[in-house]
Design a protein around this ligand. Structure first.
Ligand code: FES
Length: 255
């Protein structure tokens, strides 16, 4: 599917924590419906104004009936600071949906665990929605440094919901990997910091369970043209923006 450029309106913009924002925008292109694990390049500043690069942000939730997309993102740099200043009624540019996304079809009917860390939990909500719509209730494991966000809305979509925090202020005191028993699942779908995903992948490999991960990379073009987002795989370098961001963990962490 080719990425589409579209100027859209901000409909709602909420601060969930000091640095986490939930932005709802219009998405009038129903013929270009995003799926779980895909992302858009977001921009609300002119091409000749720094930062040069647009910001790749995954789809947190897509509502086809309403024609809206939600982006859950962390403010951590010039681009996201500009995005964070947007108010309802403001306009921004979206280019996408881009990337391969998760293969939801092949996960349906299986015992599935979703494992997310920090802002890596963002795409897992759309994933949980699509799995649920297909009759599969995944279990959800999430880890945060301290203050969790967006956990409660997984409750109706998922079976078990388990929370870990590094600080121990909420949920289990420790790493999310300590809560996960991969042998209870056919498939583990994971998004978060790379050390966490590597740890999850290792646990899965030890138990012979397939682990699918969504990688994050800095991106320039977002369409596979600049090779700026290449990752090493067992079959050579691949563009995270076009051939990913979703890969079998053995392909990217076994490389
Ligand atoms: Fe240009 Fe991926 S960002 S190839």
């Amino acid at each position: 599917m080719h990425a589409t450029a579209c100027d859209v309106k901000v409909l709602e913009h909420l601060a969930l924590t000091d640095t986490i924002r939930l932005m709802t925008t219009s998405w009038p292109r129903r013929d270009k419906a995003p799926k779980a694990g895909q992302f858009f390049m977001l921009r609300c500043w002119p091409a000749d104004v720094a930062p040069v690069l647009s910001r790749p942000i995954s789809v947190h939730s897509y509502d086809a009936a309403m024609g809206t997309i939600q982006f859950l993102y962390e403010v951590r740099g010039k681009g996201t600071e500009k995005l964070a200043a947007l108010e309802p009624g403001d306009t921004l540019s979206l280019v996408g949906p881009s990337g391969n996304g998760f293969d939801v079809e092949s996960a349906l009917g299986k015992r599935v665990a979703l494992v997310g860390g920090g802002i890596g939990t963002a795409p897992l909500y759309q994933l949980a929605k699509e799995l649920n719509a297909g009759g599969t209730k995944a279990d959800y494991f999430c880890g945060f440094r301290d203050e969790p966000y967006g956990v409660e809305k997984f409750a109706t979509l998922c079976g078990k919901v388990q929370l870990a925090t590094d600080s121990g202020r909420y949920g289990f005191h420790g790493f999310v990997t300590q809560l996960l028993n991969p042998e209870e699942y056919d498939l583990v779908l994971c998004c978060g910091p790379e050390p966490m995903m590597k740890a999850v992948a290792k646990l899965c490999e030890e138990k012979g369970v397939t682990c699918i991960v969504s990688l994050e990379r800095k991106m320039a073009c977002g369409i596979g043209a600049c090779l700026g987002c290449t990752c090493k795989t067992t079959t050579g370098g691949k563009c995270v923006c076009k051939e990913g961001p979703v890969f079998d963990s053995k392909e990217v962490f076994g490389a």
